[in-house]
Write a protein that binds this ligand. Structure first.
Ligand SMILES: CCCCCCC/C=C/C(=O)SCCNC(=O)CCNC(=O)[C@H](O)C(C)(C)COP(=O)(O)OP(=O)(O)OC[C@H]1O[C@@H](n2cnc3c(N)ncnc32)[C@H](O)[C@@H]1OP(=O)(O)O
Ligand SMILES: Cc1cc2nc3c(=O)[nH]c(=O)nc-3n(C[C@H](O)[C@H](O)[C@H](O)COP(=O)(O)OP(=O)(O)OC[C@H]3O[C@@H](n4cnc5c(N)ncnc54)[C@H](O)[C@@H]3O)c2cc1C
Length: 611
């Protein structure tokens, strides 16, 4: 017709997604408020987001076309700008606005380890004088810290870490060394280019005895010209599956001296004569990992699946493909039962995990207070066991769920412009960092009856403890997952019981609660059949009920993902935007690709010569 195929982004909302929002069965805003923790927090979050989204420094329109160095430099600019904004607006570091700002920006702002691990670890393991000295410097970005624990040769087995810190009473200093190649610190975030200081986790030696892993603050770069200090070799570990904007690095320390005061000593210290004094649990120096595992659930892991659900479900109502009923117009792919079977259990999972993470964070904060103010370590083993198990389960399930959402979007789900591939490659890292998932599951499994019986019978038969443990580990890991799944379903049911004063949202969320629980049974049917806990007929009833629930979710699916309240700037998705103009954005965004820049003449000549 001679009309341009592509006009400026169509105004208004794609009618196919508009029709999905005309009559939700529940007040969408109230679910948003519930997820935020109340209407006031929703208002605060939106205020913070509007400030960030209106500042061009935080714009990431070109995010899919940048080199690694450009991504890193952009994230540093955003981190510095955010610090300026926080000062301008008086947002306290431990305040609500700052929490929302870091959550909105996530890993797209540099110094994630500095803010999320280095500072919190000093606050938890340092004494007041150390907190007063180091935390203000760090919060003001006068120093940049990293958390240097993992080595080339060891990440999981902390008792095998090789970096040594030896106390020299003659000069009241610690001397740090890495005896061999495998001792090099490898992976710490913010280390490759940014960090001026490192929290080095290393084996403490004093009076000739090893006291296990402790934390030490070590300056690694000059505060004058940022050059590495004597005895320090530091750099970037190279390209990764994601987190290209993060300078994960390596660190070599050879005969580096630090003052005695640089050992974080809230729970243990070395006195001037070299005597080692311990206060509290043997494993309190692992506490920082427990806190980080807990924080990452709602800060990083669950949001990945939530965003993937928003993108895939919105796209699934603007994508029409094939015909359910001959003679009618092509069908919205969300009207296919198989598409619902793929996406709606993921949506239910986001809510289940959100409520679990909220409850668990409350438990974690309670234990923190118990330990810090009363020296009561009694809940630490349970906190550790559950944080390890939840981190392992939620990262496994959310990674698999994001991939399911990606695949449900066909070819456009394979385009980086959809936002789905990078959501997957980013959340996949959480199956490894902060404790590799298998190892974390086995930490949880220390509670578990059936696995215990097998373990016991092996031990009684005279098998060595470590052999018995390893040969039961598959069962132990399965038991750990089951324990966490039970805890999550139970928490979801309890959360629903507290909503009786809001019947409209209770009703729609109860459908998701039932869907989550039934989908969990179907995903583990063999377990329920194996113990005779369920019959095949009962399983058929579960299948039929799950199918009915999918139909119930269908009419509210778009409103349920709208309730997550992610802005288009946070989704970075050409196919998941609020207005549903997926094809427009795909075409417009593709024009930014460097491949579409004017072909250099030399290349044109080369191309034309071979045609
Ligand atoms: C937006 C940014 C996103 C990206 C951010 C990425 C940030 C990533 C940072 C990192 O990855 S930092 C490095 C993380 N590394 C780890 O998590 C290491 C994992 N390994 C361990 O935690 C430990 O090695 C282990 C697996 C727990 C084993 O420790 P160990 O060998 O010392 O103990 P066990 O013999 O297994 O258990 C003995 C005893 O101790 C209890 N225990 C173990 N850990 C803890 C703990 N953290 N807290 C409390 N108690 C703990 C364990 O339960 C045993 O108790 P009993 O059963 O004997 O009573
Ligand atoms: C994106 C990212 C960011 C990171 N950031 C940091 C950081 O800031 N600071 C830091 O210190 N580290 C960081 N790490 C390192 C991370 O903590 C380690 O990679 C992680 O702890 C796993 O240890 P590992 O790599 O040695 O794997 P390994 O422990 O070698 O695991 C390899 C395999 O061996 C298996 N395995 C190991 N032990 C057992 C066992 N006992 N029983 C059964 N199977 C076992 C595991 O299940 C796994 O399949 C980061 C890693 C990533 C990917």
């Amino acid at each position: 017709t001679g009309q341009p195929l592509v006009t400026a982004t169509q105004s208004g909302v794609n009618p196919d997604i508009h029709s999905e929002r005309t009559s939700p069965s529940f007040p969408v805003e109230r679910v948003t408020n519930l997820l935020d923790g109340g209407a006031e927090l929703t208002a605060t979050r939106r205020h913070v987001e509007s400030i960030i989204n209106s500042d061009s420094t935080f714009s990431q329109d070109d995010r899919y076309f940048l080199t690694r160095v450009e991504q890193y430099e952009g994230s540093v600019r955003r981190a510095v700008r955010l610090r300026e904004k926080m000062k301008e607006l008086g947002w306290a570091d431990n305040g609500t606005e700052a929490m929302f700002a870091f959550r909105v920006l996530g890993a797209d702002v540099a110094f994630g380890i500095h803010n999320g691990v280095f500072i919190p670890t000093i606050k938890e393991l340092g004494i007041e004088a150390q907190i007063a000295k180091w935390v203000p410097l760090a919060q003001d970005l006068q120093i940049i810290g990293t958390y240097a624990q993992t080595e080339l040769g060891h990440g999981t087995y902390l008792r095998g870490l090789e970096t040594t810190v030896t106390f020299d009473p003659s000069n009241q200093e610690f001397v740090i060394n890495m005896p061999r190649l495998s001792s090099i610190k490898w992976w710490p975030g913010d280390l490759g280019r940014s960090a001026t200081h490192a929290l080095v986790l290393a084996q403490l030696y004093t009076q000739g005895k090893c006291q296990g892993m402790h934390a030490f603050i070590v300056q690694i770069r000059s505060l004058v010209d940022h050059s590495s200090l004597p005895g320090v070799t530091v750099g970037d570990i190279g390209p990764k599956m994601n987190f290209d904007q993060v300078d994960n690095g390596f660190l070599i320390l050879q005969n580096v001296h630090i003052p005695r005061e640089n050992m974080l000593c809230r729970y243990s210290e070395v006195s001037p004569d070299g005597t080692y004094v311990k206060r509290g649990s043997d494993r309190i120096n692992y506490f920082s990992m427990v806190l980080t595992r807990t924080r990452l659930l709602s800060a990083e892991i669950i949001p990945a699946l939530a965003k993937a659900c928003v993108i895939a479900i919105r796209y699934s109502v603007v994508r029409r493909q094939s015909k359910l009923k001959p003679g009618e117009m092509e069908t919205k792919i969300l009207d296919y039962q198989m598409q619902q079977q793929k996406l709606f259990p993921q949506l239910a999972t986001v809510f289940a995990f959100h409520f679990m993470a909220s409850s668990f964070e409350a438990f974690c904060n309670q234990v923190k207070v118990q330990i810090k103010s009363k020296g009561d370590f009694s809940s630490l083993p349970e906190l550790h066991a559950l944080s390890a198990g939840l981190k392992a389960l939620l990262s496994d399930v959310c990674s698999a769920g994001v991939e399911t959402c990606r695949r449900a979007c066909g070819g456009h789900g394979y385009s980086l412009l959809s936002g789905l591939p990078s959501l997957y490659t980013r959340v996949a890292g959480s199956c490894t960092y902060e404790g590799e998932n298998t190892v974390m599951q086995l930490q949880t499994a220390r509670l578990i009856k059936n696995a215990g019986f097998q373990l016991q019978s092996l031990l009684q038969s005279g098998v060595e403890q470590y052999v018995a443990w390893d040969s039961t580990s598959i069962l132990l890991a399965q038991a750990a997952i089951a324990h966490c799944q039970y805890t999550i379903v139970n928490n979801f049911v309890e959360t629903m019981s507290r909503l009786q004063h809001e019947p409209e949202i209770q009703q729609v969320l109860q459908v998701l609660c039932d869907l989550y629980a039934l989908s969990g049974i179907l995903a583990n049917a063999e377990e329920f059949l194996h113990d005779g806990y369920m019959t095949g007929h009962q399983l058929d009833l579960v299948t039929a009920s799950q199918r009915d629930l999918l139909t119930c979710v269908r009419k509210d699916a778009v409103s349920l993902v709208d309730a997550f309240d992610y802005s288009d700037q946070q989704l970075h998705s050409a196919i998941g935007s609020y207005d549903g103009h997926a094809y427009q954005r795909l075409f417009e965004w593709a024009q930014k690709a460097p491949m579409n820049a004017k072909v250099p003449f030399a290349l044109f000549l080369a191309l034309s010569s071979c045609c």
